[in-house]
Design a protein around this ligand. Structure first.
Ligand SMILES: [Mn+2]
Length: 356
C-alpha cells in the first residue's frame, strides 16, 4: 500500500474524537505548512483537526506568514488544554514537544517527518524520510498522489499551498539544498499559491531587538582562525531566533566558517551554531563542549550544518544582577567551547584547581 493510502486508512479510524496537530518548538514554515496540509487531509476524510503549538511563533517572517494566511493556530500551555482531544498527529518532528507532558488518554496517531529520528518513532502511522528537504515535500506528494489534492478554485487551498511552498523554500535554504523530490513538490504546490502573499512573506523583516542582537554579536565577536564565538546577553523569548539569525549573519564573513552565538533566554543559556566546514560536525561539537545533564540528556545537538544548546540556569536565574549573571554565563560558555577550540581565550584556564 502506498503511504498516502496508509495515512488515509489510519486517519479514517480516528473519527470518534477530535484530533490535534501538535507543533513542537517555535513553529517554523515547514511545520506550519505541513500542519495545514494535515488538517486539509483530515477535513477531506471528515475529521476535525486543530493545529496547536506550545512555544510562540518566534521569527517575524513566520508571524507574518501566520497573519497573512490566517493560519488557525491554537496556543496550548498545559496538559488540560489538550483534554478535549483524543488523537495527536506530529508533523516535522517525531517526538512531541518536550516542554508539555501529553495527557495519557491522547493516542499518538501519526508521525510525518524528514529529520533523522533519535529512536524508533512510535505511532500507528509513521513516515520518516531523512532524504527529503522538508516535511511539506512529503505532504505535497500525498496530495499529488490523490489524497485531498489541491484545487485551484478554493481560497483555503491557496493558503495551504502558499504555506507549503514557503515551508519547502525555507527548509531547503531557498532551494540550495533541495532534492529532486523537493523541486517536484514545490512545482506542484506553486501553481496553487497566492503569489502576492508569497512575495510579501518572503521579504524577511527583522524586529528592532533582533537587529540589536546582531549588533551585540558583532561587538562581542571573538575569532580564532576560522571559528567565531559571540555572546549577546539577554534576549526576549519572542525574539529568541535573533540568536541563530546573528549566527547566520556572522557566517557570511568570508574568513569564518564556524560560529557559535549564545545569550540568556528566560531561565536558560541558549546558543546556536552554524558551520560551512566539511570537517566540523555540530552534533559532535555540542557533545564535546556541553556534554549531558545529570539525567544523561545532552545539552546540545545538531545536524550537518547547524546545532544548538540550551543549559538551564537553575537558581542563578533568580538574581536581579544581570551584569554578574552575564559575566558567569560568558565564563562558562567560553570555558566549555574552549574544550573544542583550545586556543579560545588563552588567558582563561579551565578548572585551575584540578591541575594538581
Ligand atoms: Mn522541516
Amino acid at each position: 500500500m502506498d503511504k498516502h493510502e496508509e495515512l488515509a486508512e489510519v486517519l479514517s479510524t480516528a473519527k470518534d474524537k477530535p484530533l490535534v496537530v501538535l507543533l513542537g518548538g517555535h513553529p517554523d514554515p515547514d511545520a506550519i505548512g505541513s500542519a495545514m496540509a494535515h488538517q486539509r487531509i483530515c477535513a477531506h476524510l471528515g475529521i476535525s483537526a486543530t493545529i496547536a503549538h506550545v512555544l510562540p511563533v518566534a521569527r517575524s517572517e513566520n508571524r507574518a506568514l501566520v497573519k497573512l494566511l490566517s493560519v488557525p493556530l491554537q496556543k496550548v500551555s498545559e496538559p488540560k488544554d489538550l483534554e478535549e482531544f483524543g488523537y495527536v498527529s506530529l508533523v516535522d518532528a517525531s517526538t512531541s514537544e518536550a516542554t508539555l507532558a501529553l495527557p495519557e488518554h491522547l493516542e499518538l496517531l501519526s508521525i510525518v517527518d524528514h529529520h533523522r529520528p533519535s529512536g524508533a518513532p512510535k505511532a500507528r502511522f509513521v513516515d520518516v524520510r531523512p532524504d527529503v528537504g522538508s516535511t511539506c515535500t512529503m505532504y505535497a506528494q500525498y496530495m499529488e498522489q490523490g489524497l485531498a489534492p489541491l484545487k485551484g478554485e478554493n481560497r483555503d487551498d491557496s493558503a495551504t499551498a502558499t504555506a507549503m511552498f514557503f515551508g519547502i523554500q525555507t527548509d531547503t535554504d531557498d532551494f540550495a539544498l533541495a532534492t529532486p523530490s523537493d523541486f517536484r513538490a514545490a512545482a506542484y504546490v506553486k501553481s496553487h499559491c497566492d503569489a502576492e502573499i508569497l512575495s510579501r512573506v518572503g521579504r524577511r523583516t527583522m524586529t528592532a531587538e533582533a537587529m540589536k542582537v546582531v549588533k551585540r554579536a558583532l561587538l562581542d565577536l571573538e575569532v580564532v582562525r576560522d571559528f567565531a564565538l559571540a555572546g549577546v546577553g539577554r534576549v526576549s523569548a519572542v525574539n529568541r531566533d535573533a540568536i541563530p539569525t546573528a549566527a547566520d549573519f556572522i557566517l557570511r564573513r568570508e574568513d569564518i566558517d564556524t560560529v557559535v552565538v549564545y545569550g540568556i533566554v528566560e531561565g536558560r543559556i541558549d546558543g546556536s551554531m552554524r558551520t560551512n566546514s566539511p570537517s566540523v560536525d555540530p552534533a559532535t561539537f555540542m557533545q564535546n563542549a556541553f556534554g549531558h545533564d545529570n539525567q544523561g540528556r545532552p545539552y546540545g545537538g545538531g545536524r550537518a550544518d547547524m546545532g544548538g544548546f540550551q543549559v538551564p540556569l537553575g537558581v542563578l536565574a533568580e538574581t536581579h544582577n544581570d551584569d554578574a549573571l552575564w559575566a558567569i554565563v560568558k565564563e562558562i560558555v567560553e570555558a566549555r567551547v574552549a574544550r573544542v577550540i583550545p586556543d579560545l581565550s588563552p588567558k582563561r584556564k579551565e578548572n585551575p584547581g584540578n591541575s594538581g
